[in-house]
Write a protein that binds this ligand. Structure first.
Ligand code: GFB
Length: 310
């Protein structure tokens, strides 16, 4: 990326802001554009801006995202927004001669009952998890767009699929957040208000793997530099735990000493989600932030920003 103009599409989000920070260490010019100026769901706005800004490389990390409940209750937004963003940016990258593009997906692209850990070959081998099928279909379309533009026009467009992400600037709104920010916010609230128990959605038995967002940013810069191919690349840590174990880890970090209460009227989602990252490891990249360290940093950010401003 040395000397290149690099556009981070989605720079205000958790991933985009970590990526902008990570790119400060590279010898490149980082381009960003506020949503008020370019709504990525509007093709004409995207194409006009790209034709003017002329990025050499694009990190497509903009997306409408959310936790299990948001995915399940806002299917039209998760499908339409993400399809439109991907179609507009990827097509615009072709028409404006972008040299390299990396589109970010999600581990929920893989079938609900894919063999674990999930390899890249599991794509489109079975039915999706119903709670997030809308988001998954849009993200699969993003992978296929990269593959199609590579095949038909020779574009060097790649895609990467991270496991569940967390970290500073996460969404802590309980109705739309993922599990880690939700548990941090709930455990903190329970601690300061002296509540005896912490409410956990579902049975606590689903198994998940989590990746700290700065590690993801580092992996994306790495892949942009070394990888060129049609296969979507998995990004994870290789470590998994149950939601109960995660809740216990969050409680330790937040110093909440009460009990856990499981609300089984809420969905569990997919029973297990663990990525096989052999391809990425084989290229020479590994995650470096432990879950405990990542949780401490995420909680510190929550205290400094969300709690301090309320
Ligand atoms: O993180 P999460 O919302 O998403 O939920 P998914 C993970 C697990 O944590 C589920 C449980 O089993 C939830 O029932 N959980 C326990 C909670 N307490 C809570 C809570 O207070 N809030 C939330 N949100 N969960 C997402 C997809 O699936 O994975 C997205 O919906 C995306 O599309 C993302 O792909 C990576 O792991 O189930």
């Amino acid at each position: 990326m040395a000397g290149k103009r690099v556009w981070v599409a989605g720079h205000r989000g958790m991933v985009g802001s970590a990526l902008v920070e990570r790119l400060a260490a590279e010898d490149c010019t980082v381009l960003t554009v506020p949503r008020a100026e370019v709504d990525l769901r509007r093709q004409a706005e995207v194409e006009a801006w790209m034709a003017e800004a002329r990025p050499d490389a694009v990190f497509l990390v903009a997306a409408t995202v959310g936790g299990i409940l948001a995915n399940d209750t806002r299917p039209a937004e998760f499908l339409y927004d993400n399809l439109a963003i991907e179609a507009n940016v990827i097509h615009g990258a072709w028409t404006t001669g972008v040299e390299k593009l990396l589109a970010l997906g999600s581990a929920c692209i893989y079938p609900k009952h894919a063999p674990q850990p999930m390899t890249e070959e599991a794509l489109l081998t079975g039915p999706l998890e119903p709670t997030n099928q809308w988001y998954a279909v849009a993200k699969i379309a993003g992978i296929k767009l990269c593959e199609a533009y590579r095949r038909q026009y020779g574009c060097d467009f790649i895609s990467a699929q991270p496991i569940n992400l967390y970290g500073p600037r996460d969404n802590f709104d309980l109705t739309s957040s993922h599990v880690i920010p939700a548990l941090i916010a709930k455990a903190h609230h329970a601690k300061v208000t002296g509540q005896p128990s912490l409410e956990i959605w579902g049975s606590g038995t689903p198994r998940r793997e989590f990746l700290y967002v700065d590690d993801l940013a580092d992996a994306l810069v790495f892949l942009m530099g070394v990888y060129s191919g049609p296969v979507q690349i998995n990004i994870g840590t290789g470590e998994e735990l149950t939601i109960r174990e995660l809740a216990e880890a969050v409680a330790r970090v937040v110093d909440f000493t009460g009990t856990l209460a499981f609300d089984t009227s809420k969905p569990d989602g997919t029973p297990r989600k663990l990525l096989d990252c052999s391809r990425l490891h084989g290229m020479g990249w590994q995650a470096s932030t432990s879950l405990d360290e990542g949780l401490r940093r995420a909680y510190a950010w929550y205290l400094e920003t969300e709690v301090a401003s309320s």
